[in-house]
Each structure stands twice: as C-alpha cells, then as structure tokens.
Design a protein around this ligand. Structure first.
Ligand SMILES: [Zn+2]
Ligand SMILES: [Zn+2]
Length: 239
C-alpha cells in the first residue's frame, strides 16, 4: 500500500474553541494520514528515544515518490534520492536536519532541450510530539496560521515525504536553462540557435523582402550624403 500525501490548498482553519490549540489540527488531519512504516520516507524514532539530547545519524537511499518537482523540472519518479539525516531528541519532539541528493530532469525553458542536473538541498524540520502541542504552542496567532506547516511524531514515526517535497521544490530552478546563455529558438523557423551560432535567414520571405526594399529606398538619400554633410542632413530630416 502506498501512503500518498495529497497537497491541498491551505486555508486558515478557524474552528478552535477558545484555549484549544487549533493551530494545525484540521490541516494536519487532512495532510498526514498515519505514517506507514513500510513507506521508505517514514522513519522510526523509537531507537532514538525521548531523552532530550539523544541524537541519531542515518543515511538512506529511497525511490523518489511521484510528482517530486514542478512542471518544467523535477526528480523522476523512482530515481534514487540519497538522504543523510540527523535526528535529535528535544523536549517537544524530534528535530530532523538533513541533506537530500537526487537527479533532476527537465527541459530548458528557452530551447526545450533536456536539462539534467543533480539537486542537493538541506532541510530542517521539527516533528512535535502530539502531547507536546498544548505546552509548546500556547499562543495561536491567526496571522501565522495559514503560513506555518507543522509536523507530528505519530506512534514514534515521522513522515519525511512532505518535508522532502518542500525542500526539493524550493531548491528547484524555476526557469531551468540548458546553459546560462542559451539563445533559445529562432523566432522564424524554431531552429535551436545554440546548435547553429551563425543561424540567420538570408532568403527572407516575400513580404519581409518587400518591407526591406521599402526601408532601403527611404535610406537612399542619407547614404548618398555620407561624404558630405551627411550627419547634418540626418539631423534636419529628424526635425
Ligand atoms: Zn536551452
Ligand atoms: Zn531560423
């Protein structure tokens, strides 16, 4: 069985009775089903224990979940994501600090050629014990509510998938290019200009040729004046 996290638009949840830590309840339930320990992005914190100060380092290679990216670039589903993690037990939960490395594939937004990169991104996220919520979050500020995403330790398990998703998406180039100076495509014929540095159109089409001829005829007077008071003549024309 797959645990699939479905991204839903986050709206401020205002159902809390006074004094109730309503901060994330509704959203949390919608976002995170109970972590499935068979999901490779779910980590077990039992070994770490709840003694504050305890620390555990671990590395894991996982298959990338589907849709890990944006339209133009992302981590292909099933590609290997290497995770190096540090789990730290703190009073209110488990602090996860990590690095993710994964291959990226996408296409250049200028010339549509395939783009391949390696993504490396750091992240840090706090997973709170459910019973720590009321102590650790006495103040629920409605202004922050829509922004902040919180994560919980559920039955000693933490689901890193939404954290990985956020980290990857934030680290992606929004406008991937095959190279920084990619000249894109020829607007007339669609040729990839990086492949043909000298690409140009001599045999312009008939309409363009007609316009070109018209433009040339306007310039004839100016050109003939090159040896004389040409610059002055041009100025007069402009006035
Ligand atoms: Zn390009
Ligand atoms: Zn062309």
């Amino acid at each position: 069985m797959h645990t699939r996290t479905v991204r839903v638009p986050v709206l401020p949840v205002r159902h809390g009775a006074p004094g109730r830590p309503y901060r994330h309840r509704g959203k949390q339930e919608a976002l995170n089903a109970r972590p499935d320990h068979r999901n490779p992005l779910v980590f077990d914190t039992h070994e770490l224990g709840r003694r504050p100060g305890a620390m555990q380092r671990l590395s894991r290679s996982v298959d990338a979940p589907a849709d890990l990216g944006i339209e133009v670039i992302g981590v292909p589903a099933g590609a290997t994501v290497e995770l190096d993690l540090r789990l730290e037990s703190v009073m209110e939960g488990v602090l996860v600090t990590g690095t993710a490395r994964a291959p990226l594939t996408g296409e250049c937004v200028r010339c549509l050629e395939p783009v391949e990169r390696t993504l490396e991104t750091d992240f840090q996220e706090m997973f709170s014990y459910p019973d720590a919520d009321s102590r650790a979050r006495p103040v629920a500020d409605p202004e922050d509510d829509a922004e902040e995403e919180t994560f919980s330790v559920e039955d000693g398990l933490i689901d890193l998938e939404p954290v990985l998703r956020d980290a990857v998406v934030l680290a992606l180039p929004l406008q991937p290019v095959c190279r920084e100076d990619c000249p894109g495509l020829c607007t007339q014929c669609g040729a990839r200009l990086a492949d043909e540095p000298d690409h140009h159109h001599d045999a312009v089409d008939d309409r363009w040729a007609a316009l070109q001829g018209l433009a040339d005829s306007f310039r004839v007077g100016g050109r003939n004046d090159v040896n004389g008071a040409g610059a002055g003549a041009d100025e007069k024309q402009e006035k």
